[in-house]
Design a protein around this ligand. Structure first.
Ligand SMILES: CCCCCCCCCCCCCCCC(=O)SCCNC(=O)CCNC(=O)[C@H](O)C(C)(C)COP(=O)(O)OP(=O)(O)OC[C@H]1O[C@@H](n2cnc3c(N)ncnc32)[C@H](O)[C@@H]1OP(=O)(O)O
Ligand SMILES: NC(=O)C1=CN([C@@H]2O[C@H](COP(=O)(O)OP(=O)(O)OC[C@H]3O[C@@H](n4cnc5c(N)ncnc54)[C@H](OP(=O)(O)O)[C@@H]3O)[C@@H](O)[C@H]2O)C=CC1
Length: 501
């Protein structure tokens, strides 16, 4: 059997979602590790006033492509953008482009999706399900297609506790749902969405489950592979440690914790996050494409510990609101208590301070957004799942020793503390665009915050003393009782230590 790089040599690959987080890393890795790949056709839409060409050209200037650029300054010649809006009929690909793709594509990687948890059902269905159907129809017209790899999510079946490497029956027949939603206006769809998604937490996981079923329906006609990554995080090693470019999933949580905004979160302490580095997911995806005869190919990975706070204390973010420190609890009431004491109260005080300085209050607004985001993630951080991963182990065993290094997806090799440290540094450098040379100033800022906290606590104690103790006889009695008890304990301790000596 050919090595992975040999397999991709001379092949034309079609990628959807290439401008996204995972798509970019996939494009880079293909160019780097499979330099003989013939062409990468990427489906791109114009966005935010930028033309498709401009977007692709900006993407290729990104630091992510540094090593590829150094190795081959003409690498962009292999990337062929195809204009496509996936929510439009026929994916709005021109007839000429359809012809071109039908004639040359060997492998399809379908990464595009809406991953928002609050996406209206109609839109999530349009992009995650209908567009997948359209892409499968296009794939069937491709004369030389060898594999169709669909990126799903390990949470597509999160309504189950144990998830096997199978496609479960869909919650509803996708065709029927599409037909019924067609005539409904957005208001009605919004009203019935909770009933439709049932025991799934959001439209994302619901539509991803439907998409898997839609893909499976074509398994007799195409070589299908489905990859189910769990929570995709910053890169582990490639192209360099810590690459991340968005606030999704854990990244937003990490940043909020690093900025000292997030001080409490509801999570199951025994199963913090099923995190997997993006480069491992990409390696796995490329290996899945190489192993084309596979019927289903479902590959979840998991992670349980976080070292976020200590990492941010070593490498602080600029202008933190408070010192990083987060309480993780599975208890609803304790969490609500900390939200009040550590989120809302400091936000209120800070906004009051801003108002007094004649500025616009902003902290409450930031916390409201944070609570919305954390609330949406809570379902995933508070539960534990068991995933079967036999196919992943089997795939690993099929790789040559060289490929096991070049396309490594063995999560056991990860040094998690080191990975999380690089992840946190990555959020600082690539998401927030902060300079590493500012770290001494950021540390100084944290020291200042610590001193402010000490001063604040002292003032608070004196205040409580004045208000509650100094004015009430009963409080004074309790206070004297506590002090005398401490005094007696100290005397006893001193006497007994003298006796021992
Ligand atoms: C202490 C250690 C604990 C460790 C413990 C970790 C446990 C961590 C468990 C995670 C568990 C995940 C499980 C995923 C499982 C999948 O399958 S991964 C798929 C992941 N998908 C996501 O994560 C998407 C979730 N995000 C969303 O749905 C939406 O962003 C939200 C949360 C509803 C917010 O929507 P919104 O209010 O409309 O805001 P949005 O338009 O997204 O963003 C507005 C702006 O704020 C920025 N922004 C977004 N989020 C943030 C943020 N958190 N902070 C600052 N700015 C932000 C955006 O970049 C954007 O900037 P502009 O582009 O406007 O300049
Ligand atoms: N991130 C994660 O933690 C996880 C992700 N996944 C799956 O991995 C895949 C990739 O996720 P990720 O890279 O994080 O997502 P991103 O949101 O970063 O990327 C989504 C991609 O889809 C494209 N896209 C969205 N809407 C359209 C449209 N209407 N027409 C054309 N293209 C469109 C986006 O293009 P544009 O730039 O134009 O918006 C972008 O390239 C998804 O299928 C997701 O379900 C699975 C598990 C976890």
């Amino acid at each position: 059997m050919a090595s992975v790089a040999e397999y991709y040599a001379g092949k034309s690959v079609l990628i959807t979602g290439a401008t996204g987080f995972m798509g970019k890393v996939l494009v880079e890795k293909l160019l780097w590790s499979c330099p003989e790949v013939k062409a990468l056709y990427i489906l791109v839409r114009p966005k935010a006033g930028q033309s498709m060409k401009q977007r692709v050209s900006d993407m290729m200037k990104c630091k992510l492509f540094d090593r590829v650029r150094e190795d081959n300054p003409d690498f962009h010649k292999k990337i062929i953008p195809i204009s496509s809006e996936l929510t439009q009929p026929g994916l709005s690909i021109s007839p000429e482009d359809v012809e071109k793709l039908s004639a040359c594509i060997n492998i399809v990687f379908h990464c595009a999706a809406t991953i928002r948890f609050d996406e209206p059902l109609k839109h999530a269905l349009q992009l995650n399900v209908i567009a997948t159907q359209e892409l499968l129809s296009l794939a069937q017209r491709m004369h030389h297609l060898e594999a169709f790899i669909h990126i799903s999510t390990a949470y597509a079946n999160c309504n189950r506790k144990h998830i096997d490497e199978v496609i479960y029956p869909p919650p509803v027949e996708p065709k029927k749902l599409i037909e019924s939603l067609e005539w409904m206006d957005d208001g009605i769809v919004q009203d019935i969405t909770p009933r439709l998604i049932g025991d799934r937490p959001n439209t994302y996981t619901y539509t991803k489950a439907l998409a898997e079923y839609v893909v499976q329906q074509e398994q007799d006609k195409l070589n299908i592979g489905i990859v189910r990554p769990s929570i995709v995080g910053a890169s582990w090693q490639e192209p360099f440690p810590g690459w991340i470019d968005n606030f999704n999933g854990p990244s937003g949580v990490f940043i909020a914790a690093g900025k000292g905004i997030l001080r409490t979160m509801r999570a199951n302490n025994d199963a913090v996050a099923d995190l997997i580095p993006v480069d491992m997911v990409v390696n796995l995806t490329l290996a899945a494409g190489w192993y084309t005869d596979l019927e289903e190919n479902i590959l979840p990975l998991s992670f349980r510990k976080h070292h976020v706070i200590s990492s941010f204390k070593r490498n602080p973010l600029e202008q933190a609101f408070r010192r990083p420190n987060a309480n993780i609890t599975s208890n609803y009431l304790i969490n609500q208590y900390w939200i009040l004491v550590s989120h809302k109260f400091p936000a209120f005080i800070y906004d009051l301070f801003l108002r007094l300085c004649g500025q616009k209050p902003q902290m409450m607004r930031i916390f409201n957004r944070l609570h919305k985001a954390i609330g949406l993630l809570e379902y995933f951080s508070s539960q534990d799942w068991e995933w079967n991963s036999e196919n992943m182990n089997m795939l690993m065993s099929q790789l040559t020793p060289e490929d096991r290094t070049a396309f490594n997806f063995d999560v056991r090799q990860l040094n998690w503390p080191e990975y999380i440290e690089n992840y946190c540094i990555g959020t600082k450098k690539y998401v927030l665009n902060e300079d590493m040379s500012d770290i001494p100033a950021a540390r100084q800022h944290l020291r200042k915050l610590r001193n402010i906290r000490y001063t604040f606590n002292t003032v608070l104690v004196v205040f409580i003393w004045r208000v509650f103790i100094a004015r009430s006889q009963m409080a004074r009695n309790i206070w004297y009782f506590v002090v005398s008890l401490c005094f007696k304990f100290l005397s006893y301790f001193r006497a007994s230590s003298t006796l021992t000596n």
